[in-house]
Design a protein. Sequence first.
Length: 136
Amino acid sequence: MKLTVKQKEDFHFVGKSESGEINIDAAGYVGGKGRGIRPPELFLYSIAGCMGIHAYEALHKMGKHIEDVIVDTDSERREEKPKVFTKIMLSFTVKGKGITEEDVKKAVEEALTSSCSIAYLVNKACPITYSINLVS
């Protein structure tokens, strides 16, 4: 996988890959002007997106009919530099018929421990916890 990030102006960068383009900017206190997503947010988007995709995939393989999957994130970071993440919390809201909390837990655990390489790697350095909400 290859991609390029190129400075557009000041703290504003544009990332390009064969999948598309994304605008990246620094936080306002550093000098960013809201022209893109901040890198720590991109990091959380990557984890949430990967976990959502792989949990959906696991549920689908179980033969479950899923209507909707939402992954909300919350996190904590150190105040001092480096401002690393110290805790990441994911909340899975899953809508579908005949899906149990145990089904979703099994799918999320599979994603976290084997199929989502991003979360697997991050979980080694920063604990990732999760909760499950079923919607009928």
